[in-house]
Design a protein around this ligand. Structure first.
Ligand SMILES: *[C@@H]1O[C@H](CO)[C@@H](O)[C@H](O)[C@H]1NC(C)=O
Ligand SMILES: *[C@@H]1O[C@H](CO)[C@@H](O)[C@H](O)[C@H]1NC(C)=O
Ligand SMILES: *[C@@H]1O[C@H](CO)[C@@H](O)[C@H](O)[C@H]1NC(C)=O
Ligand SMILES: *[C@@H]1O[C@H](CO)[C@@H](O)[C@H](O)[C@H]1NC(C)=O
Ligand SMILES: *[C@@H]1O[C@H](CO)[C@@H](O)[C@H](O)[C@H]1NC(C)=O
Length: 496
């Protein structure tokens, strides 16, 4: 099973059934569909100017086709900035940049203090920054230019151009990112130290590659979150899978399940229902924020606890599957606006289409599910994954490429002698935290870890209900960034 970061496209092939392949390929996008209505209806006006930067298709070869230009979207707000002042850049991840900008209020919150220029750059091949047009075929021929190294080079080139246009080449640049964007921020600091003075990498699972962390860690962490909320809740969810399995043996099982699960169309397979349930639990653990939020879907504060309250609130003897369904409905229908649930027709509202390609080439993050977890056990089947990638894109994954290109193994020993000015922040309730850097590496490569805290919670805008530990984590980040900037200006003065 393979998963994407923000949007865990669960590769639900053959968890229970070796021969089962879900309709529509290996992406599981049904949970994205659920956020469609809420996100497109009330798209807020973001406090940024939108610009487009002409970018070369390929930075690493000099063939004529490399020079094809596409327009990379970026957002900018200079209302706090003065010339020479710092530039805060968000290194965009696998989706529309507007979506990340509206969930990264931290940068806007601290910009006045630093008199910083705010810039959010969209990742190539996502959102509007599609080099070959939205309708181009999804084949290796076109998608070959979609990878993290090209993206980092895009950021470097755009930042240099921006500084030149602003006649502010000495401005210090600090990069920020969450999830895959956090990985990019950290790697950007390592690869382009002459362009950025430091990186805040929030919830960046840069160790989720090449067996550095145990394959079961992601799903184990989710199970732990639910266990912390209620032991009974975990038991119920764990038992619900058998009840679901049993449906497939019954003659009228699928129509009955479709009715019970209020699906928009009759289910073709029980595994769509299973994926739908699993996704709800996975995403809710990821966004188990301390305050009500709307990142993946509108949800109340601490939604994992709310789900478990639903599970535990059923009368004795209720079906486990009914309880699991009710819990999952919190994720998909908290707004109460869903007439029915779409479980088998994937859609993509945040422009995330490219992740399947990235997961099949460089972002190879194998996962297994242990029999101790609350999910159906699953042993990673690398061969099956490889076959899927061959079938879908005609490419073979390169599972060792990321650790070759960016490192990761023995990271502490390596980075304490090389590299500086990176904050790795994590909340341990985020399942991705297990693949993050959780220990201090040197005096300037630090890990800020909170016991609670979900997927890049620190990057969200401050609210009046924020808990103390979150305020403190953000305060520490501000202090560290301030040190980087002070040091930078001191060095600059000494050069002159
Ligand atoms: C920039 O941010 C400020 C403060 O949030 C806001 O008042 C202003 O409208 C923004 N500018 C643009 C172009 O959106
Ligand atoms: C800088 O200015 C040039 C020339 O007007 C323009 O093409 C380019 O897009 C600008 N760079 C950025 C980052 O906006
Ligand atoms: C969504 O919630 C509303 C309000 O509670 C309810 O009326 C509706 O039936 C729910 N939709 C589904 C598909 O369960
Ligand atoms: C659970 O997995 C462990 C380790 O793979 C194995 O030793 C054990 O027998 C399994 N237990 C069950 C009930 O399948
Ligand atoms: C890393 O060091 C900072 C102080 O610089 C400290 O606040 C933090 O708790 C340390 N992180 C870990 C994981 O020990």
């Amino acid at each position: 099973m393979y998963a994407c970061l923000c949007l865990v496209f669960l590769f639900f092939t053959s968890i229970a059934e070796a021969t089962y392949y879900p309709p529509g390929g290996f992406h599981h996008l049904s949970s994205l569909r659920q956020i469609k209505k809420s996100s497109s209806k009330s798209k807020p006006e973001l406090p940024f100017e939108t610009r487009y930067f002409p970018q070369n298709l390929d930075h690493f070869s000099f063939k004529p086709e490399s020079y094809k230009v596409f327009h990379q979207k970026y957002l900018i707000n200079g209302s706090f900035w003065r010339k020479g002042g710092p530039i805060f850049v968000y290194t965009g991840n696998e989706g529309d940049i507007d979506w990340f900008a509206s969930n990264t209020g931290f940068m806007s919150d601290i910009a006045p203090k630093f008199k910083a220029l705010l810039v959010f750059i969209e990742h190539r091949f996502y959102g509007e920054s599609t080099p070959l047009g939205k309708k181009s075929p999804k084949t290796a021929e076109t998608l070959g230019y979609l990878n993290s190294q090209q993206a980092l080079a895009d950021y470097a080139i755009l930042i240099r151009s921006l500084k030149q246009n602003l006649s502010s080449e000495a401005s210090p640049v600090v990069v920020f990112g969450g999830s895959y964007g956090g990985m990019l921020a950290a790697w950007f600091r390592l690869k382009y130290p002459h362009i950025t003075i430091g990186a805040l990498a929030s919830s960046a699972p840069i160790l989720h590659f090449d067996n550095i962390v145990p394959l079961t860690s992601f799903y184990d962490a989710i199970s732990q979150d639910f266990k912390d909320a209620s032991v009974n809740c975990v038991k119920v969810i764990k038992r619900s899978w058998e009840e679901l399995e049993a449906v497939s043996t019954m003659k009228t099982g699928l129509p009955e399940l479709s009715k019970k699960f209020r699906t928009c169309k009759g289910l073709q397979s029980i595994y769509s229902a299973r994926d739908w349930l699993m996704s709800a639990f996975v995403y809710t653990a990821m966004v188990n924020y301390a305050t009500a939020a709307n990142f993946m879907a509108p949800l109340p504060a601490y939604p994992v606890e709310q789900m478990c309250k639903i599970v535990d609130g059923f009368p004795r003897g209720s079906s486990n599957l009914d309880r699991a369904f009710a819990a999952a409905s919190l994720y998909y229908n908290y707004s109460g606006s869903k007439k029915c649930f779409e479980m088998e027709q994937p859609t993509d509202d945040h422009g995330l289409d490219g992740w399947g390609w990235q997961a099949c080439t460089e972002m190879v993050m194998p996962m297994s599910i242990s029999n101790q977890s609350m999910f159906p056990p699953y042993d990673n089947d690398y061969e099956a994954f490889q076959d899927q990638c061959m079938g879908r894109y005609g490419v073979k994954p390169r599972p060792h490429w990321i650790t070759t290109e960016f490192g990761g193994k023995r990271i502490e020993t390596v980075l304490k002698r090389f590299g500086s000015n990176i904050i790795f922040s994590n909340g341990m309730q985020d399942p991705w935290s297990r693949g993050g850097v959780l220990k201090n590496i040197s005096s300037s490569i630090v890990a800020l870890v909170t016991k609670k805290g979900a997927h890049h919670a620190d990057l969200r805008a401050a609210t009046k209900d924020d808990p103390e530990w979150l305020k403190e984590q953000r305060m520490q980040e501000v202090t560290i960034i301030e040190q980087w900037i002070t040091q930078y200006y001191k060095d600059l003065r000494e050069e002159e």
